[in-house]
Design a binder for this molecule. Structure first.
Ligand code: FES
Ligand code: FES
Length: 166
């Protein structure tokens, strides 16, 4: 069964040791997803797997037959950017931009997690609907490292989009 990436089916005819990250970049030609640490520590390789965020360097491509993956290329285009992509530009939420695809994929999933009522370690009420505070955003984005330190602008971009949703 093929894997679907950004709505397009791809055959998983690869060495079974190929990570999903390498499959995306090398075999599917989607180089928007970045390889930072290759060890699950930086978040640069974050993509959406069936709508939920994962580190694509920590999973093998052949484990995802029949799954649906969305990469940064699937969220928006230069002419029709996703609201988060537009907000990152508006707030200058990047410097080198290397971490940005992972940050944006992570932010998309994180906002969906809050909308679904998932608590985090900083949520006051584990049973209630989480309040989208900057503390929540910083905690939930803590798996995405930015070596340039663009964090304050990244948070501002996410607050902007979260506010527009509310
Ligand atoms: S490249 Fe996957 S977490 Fe760093
Ligand atoms: S903008 Fe450079 S690593 Fe984040």
């Amino acid at each position: 069964m093929p894997i679907t990436i950004n709505g397009v089916e791809h055959e998983l005819d690869v060495d079974p040791r190929t990570t999903l990250l390498d499959f995306l970049r090398r075999d599917a030609g989607l180089t928007g997803t970045k390889k930072g640490c290759d060890h699950g520590q930086c978040g640069a390789c974050t993509v959406l797997l069936n709508g939920q965020r994962i580190n694509s360097c920590l999973t093998l491509a052949v484990m995802h037959e029949g799954d649906s993956v969305t990469t940064i290329e699937g969220l928006g285009t230069p002419n029709a950017p996703h609201p988060l992509q537009a907000a990152f530009v508006r707030h200058d939420g990047y410097q080198c931009g290397y971490c940005t695809p992972g940050q944006i994929c992570s932010a998309k999933a994180m906002l969906d997690e809050i909308a679904a009522g998932w608590a985090s370690v900083v949520s006051d009420d584990l049973a209630g609907t989480p309040v989208l505070s900057e503390d929540e955003i910083r905690e939930r984005m803590s798996g995405n490292v930015c070596r340039c330190g663009a964090y304050s602008n990244i948070v501002a971009a996410i607050v902007d989009v979260a506010g527009a949703r509310a």
